[in-house]
Design a protein around this ligand. Structure first.
Ligand SMILES: Nc1ncnc2c1ncn2[C@@H]1O[C@H](COP(=O)(O)OP(=O)(O)OP(=O)(O)O)[C@@H](O)[C@H]1O
Ligand SMILES: [Mg+2]
Length: 231
């Protein structure tokens, strides 16, 4: 589904993503783990066209997307839920959801079906973004991404700052989306959560992938977890 081939990305002179390669298969949950500042968000931004890599290549469903604009990437079926969630505070829940609609992309996800998936969004449909809790905002951000009926969903630290119950709901949702065939790239600091749901993991350190393994493999590798993933 997605091939990232040795991408290199910079902020000015600052060399942040230093030759990252990844492969994602359809229906897979893959994580990108690593400490603060490792380059996880920058890697995601490179994939979706917000920070095109200076070198390297990105191929999605057989099509090169390396230099595409973010809106073009979205139309091909890649949706990202950013770290900051980006909920519009003066718009209602329903209006925020409608922003997720992607022209030409129809499918199983509609206003109705995302409200069915997350009943809280129906209950709060007339609330404004700034009246929502952190957890509700995260759920809204995920639902808004689904509204575009993506084939590939990218989530940047969805559990950050949230209560255990909401984290559990988000984890279960990610798992069930993948069971239905959605391909998911998940960036997380919450390694425990990813060990419950992911198929494979990549560990990033200082802009390079220093470890990749199956879920079982990472579960059994205390050394990697202690060295690169302890908070
Ligand atoms: N807009 C920017 N301008 C300049 N440098 C940046 C910018 N965004 C990030 N960086 C730097 O790039 C490096 C990688 O940042 P990035 O946000 O990709 O890390 P991360 O792994 O997502 O970290 P975190 O877990 O804190 O979200 C860091 O050193 C950071 O300071
Ligand atoms: Mg980040």
């Amino acid at each position: 589904m997605l091939q990232v081939e040795a991408i290199h990305s910079y902020y000015g002179e600052s060399y942040v993503v230093q030759g990252i390669s990844m492969v994602l298969k359809e229906g897979e949950i893959l994580t990108l783990l690593g400490r603060n500042g490792a380059g996880k968000t920058t890697t995601l931004r490179s994939i979706v066209g917000l920070k095109p890599p200076r070198r390297g290549k990105i191929v999605f469903m057989g099509r090169e997307i390396t230099r595409m604009k973010p809106f073009e990437v979205a139309r091909l079926g890649i949706a990202m839920v950013p770290e900051e969630r980006r909920i519009f505070s003066s718009l209602t829940v329903e209006e925020n959801l409608k922003i997720g609609i992607q022209k030409g992309r129809v499918g199983r996800w509609t206003l109705e079906s995302v409200q069915k998936l997350f009943p809280i969004l129906r209950e709060r449909r007339h609330h404004r973004g700034n009246q929502l809790s952190g957890g509700e905002q995260q759920i809204l951000a995920i639902a808004r991404a689904l509204m575009g009926n993506p084939k590939f969903l990218i989530l940047d630290e969805p559990s950050e700052g949230l209560a255990p119950l909401i984290i559990k709901l988000i984890a279960e949702t990610i798992k069930s989306l993948s069971t239905e065939g959605m391909t998911i790239l998940l960036v997380e600091q919450n390694v425990e959560m990813t060990l419950q749901i992911a198929h494979r993991h990549y560990v990033l350190d200082q802009g390079k992938i220093i470890y990749s393994d199956t879920n079982e493999g990472l579960k059994n590798n205390r050394e990697i977890r202690d060295r690169y993933l302890s908070v």
